[in-house]
Ligand binder design. Structure first.
Ligand code: ADP
Ligand code: GN1
Ligand code: MG
Length: 358
């Protein structure tokens, strides 16, 4: 037995509720997602799985997201979908979740391997392939009835809600950290895209809503996408949030928590991203959406800066941190990206027009 001591005892106790006839051979913490606690497990018969403790502070109804994932995977399996799917594995009593005696919710997925996930984009070809894959995903899930999907997190990409949350935190200043971010607050005051965004009243479609580069699994070559994962946030929203979140996480050469000096918006990666998303979505985007892509990108970066800084002000209760200023560094990183985008917005607009005909 080769068991990671970092893995909590609770995680080890979960496995028999899914696989009563198999002993646990190995368990290790896995991946770099911010939300759930993810483990890789191997059973005595050598089979491997992904075990997750669902973050129920954030996803208050874990069963609802389990049902969503079931509907999504069933639908995609019947839709000529070209990528693999992380299949939910049921408990011995045929449930999506096992709730342990402490009330924690656990789920298991098939382990997709060999796969590689990246926390930053290495080159334009990777951006093209990932954006095309997310585009295909959007198009394929658009034929699933939205009535089957429950809202995992209310107001998730509602920028008005995020703005109000931000104003309230600034006013309360619960950790007395406001004095450290006055420049950032001023910048965000002057660069808010929410009003303009809301005035466009764009259509709502089932969307992924968390198109970070590490939510797509690749072959070792880093160019061939194998699977889109992390389907917890799929819900009705504008597909431009997906475009915007790709711009946010693909175009910077630096990790999301790298110092701001390392951040820049790489235009060649942006171009490849646009080409890939256009190739994947085909005629899926409407004219009103095609003309709002740039705004969507600015909005997503602005809101993510606000979300990190909001968490910093709140004392780091949402995003896990490794040191006390971690969320501040992340927030500054996003603002540096926004500044680099502002400096290149004409070129970005030209690239969008070339790829998404008005
Ligand atoms: P979070 O919501 O915390 O980001 P994810 O579902 O994205 O959780 O999982 C975290 C990481 O674990 C992913 O970025 C990926 O590297 C890895 N991972 C998750 N599910 C699978 C799977 N079925 N097969 C292989 N790797 C996976
Ligand atoms: C979280 O779960 P993960 O790590 O893929 C967050 C996203 C943020 C992102 C920032 C449910 O994504 O919205 O954009 O961190 N997911 C949730 O890195 O809040
Ligand atoms: Mg994730």
């Amino acid at each position: 037995m080769n068991i990671d001591t970092q893995a909590p005892i609770a995680a080890k106790k979960v496995v028999p509720h899914f696989f009563p006839d198999q002993a646990l051979l190995d368990i290790r913490t896995y991946g770099s997602g911010h939300i759930h606690r993810t483990f890789w497990v191997q059973l005595d018969n050598q089979e491997q799985f992904i075990l997750q403790q669902v973050n129920t502070t954030i996803f208050k109804d874990p069963l609802a997201i389990g049902q969503n994932i079931f509907h999504l995977t069933q639908h995609l399996k019947n839709s000529d979908y070209p990528f693999a799917l992380a299949e939910p594995i049921l408990t011995t009593d045929q449930r999506f979740l096992y709730t342990d005696p402490e009330g924690a919710s656990w789920r298991i997925f098939s382990f997709l391997h060999p796969t590689h996930s990246f926390d930053r984009v290495a080159h334009p070809a990777q951006a093209f392939a990932a954006a095309r894959a997310f585009g295909i995903f959007s198009k394929k899930i658009s034929t699933l009835s939205p009535a089957l999907i429950q809202e995992g997190i209310p107001n998730f990409h509602n920028c008005k809600f995020r703005h109000e949350q931000w104003q309230e935190t600034i006013q309360k200043n619960p950790q007395q950290r406001l004095k450290f971010i006055s420049k950032e607050i001023d910048f965000l005051q002057e660069h808010s895209y929410c009003r303009e965004w809301r005035s466009r009243r764009l259509p709502l479609k089932l969307s992924h809503n968390d198109t970070k580069i590490n939510n797509i699994l690749f072959q070792a070559d880093g160019r061939t996408p194998l699977a889109i994962i992390d389907l917890d946030t799929v819900m009705l929203a504008s597909p431009l949030y997906d475009f915007g979140d790709m711009v946010r996480t693909f175009t910077s050469p630096a990790f999301e928590d790298a110092p701001e000096q390392e951040v820049t918006m790489r235009l060649d990666v942006f171009k490849a991203l646009c080409e890939g998303f256009a190739a994947g979505t085909g005629d899926f985007l409407e004219a009103s959406e095609r003309s709002s892509l740039l705004l969507g990108a600015f909005l997503m970066v602005q809101v993510q800066a606000q979300r990190f800084l909001n968490d910093y002000l709140n004392g780091d209760v949402y995003y896990p941190v490794q040191y006390s200023d971690h969320n501040l560094v992340r927030g500054k990183n996003q603002l540096a990206l926004l500044k680099s985008m502002l400096a290149q917005q004409r070129e970005m607009e030209k690239i969008i027009k070339l790829n998404f005909k008005p």
